[in-house]
Design a protein. Structure first.
Length: 271
């Protein structure tokens, strides 16, 4: 065969030119990606059941969601982490690499909505979040006070207010998780002996605070229809949010028509 091409160099040149032309035409059609998708899409589900231990969270929160998630298209596997401290439930749902992350997110949201009727009311009130996630963090940012002026709680609150939302808006960022002291909240201590005298339970206090800690729209002054010559309209705001001062919550009890909970001695802003 080699002698044939040696004796006929024109045939060899023609075959070589045809091979190069076919290769140039073919290479433009090859499915080559600069950054191929090698990581499987993941969806993160978070729920909070305040006061519950890890086994209760698994049985009442994680199990209903896992039952609804069974049979979702392109689902590889899923697992949940139930922490008794803080009542946190974190579930990772992993999908096939060929699936669309946006479609996976919508399918997961639909299944979580179907499981909402089986979840405890406290979990539904607190909210169940569903968002895209990745198996490994993209970046870690550390905040510190050079002179030790601010503690960890202040820095954590600063990160939630000034960094969390801004980083989430960056293209390509699925979620931002802040580690530290936790989000700012109000913590309230009660005296069991006085509650027993008044016939009030902790559930009554919780219900009263939830019912009275609201924003109450009070309407407008000078709104339409208005008489001739009325030029200004004022929006009326009524007090309703919980504050550090002027606490005055009313609780009903079997033995009292009303019970005042005014200026409790142990209410602190805590993390």
């Amino acid at each position: 065969m080699s002698r044939f091409f040696i004796n006929r160099p024109i045939v060899a040149m023609v075959i070589s030119i045809l091979t190069v032309i076919i290769g140039v035409v073919t290479i433009t059609q090859l499915p080559v990606s600069q950054f191929p998708q090698i990581a499987t899409p993941e969806v993160l589900i978070r729920a909070t059941y305040v006061g519950a231990d890890s086994q209760t969270i698994e049985q009442s929160v994680a199990t209903p969601i896992e039952q609804q998630m069974s049979g979702v298209d392109n689902l590889n596997y899923m697992y949940s982490l139930n922490a008794g401290t803080g009542g946190q439930m974190t579930m990772i749902v992993d999908y096939d690499v060929k699936s669309d992350p946006n479609t996976d997110l919508m399918l997961t949201q639909m299944r979580v909505t179907q499981a909402a009727s089986q979840l405890p009311q406290d979990v539904s009130n607190y909210g169940v979040t569903v968002q895209k996630s990745v198996s490994a963090p993209l970046m870690a940012i550390g905040l510190y006070s050079p002179k030790g002026t601010y503690d960890a709680r202040f820095l954590t609150n600063y990160a939630y207010i000034n960094l969390n939302d801004q980083l989430t808006r960056v293209p390509g960022i699925g979620s931002v998780q802040v580690f530290g002291a936790g989000q700012y909240a109000m913590r309230l201590w009660v005296k069991p002996d006085q509650l027993s005298k008044l016939g009030i339970t902790v559930a009554d206090i919780t219900s009263a605070i939830q019912a009275q800690n609201t924003v109450n729209p009070a309407g407008q002054v000078g709104g339409a229809p208005v008489p001739k010559g009325q030029e200004y309209t004022w929006a009326v705001r009524a007090q309703g949010r919980v504050g550090n001062r002027n606490w005055n919550y009313l609780f009903g009890s079997p033995s009292h028509s009303r019970a005042d909970f005014h200026n409790p001695p142990r209410i602190y802003g805590r993390y």
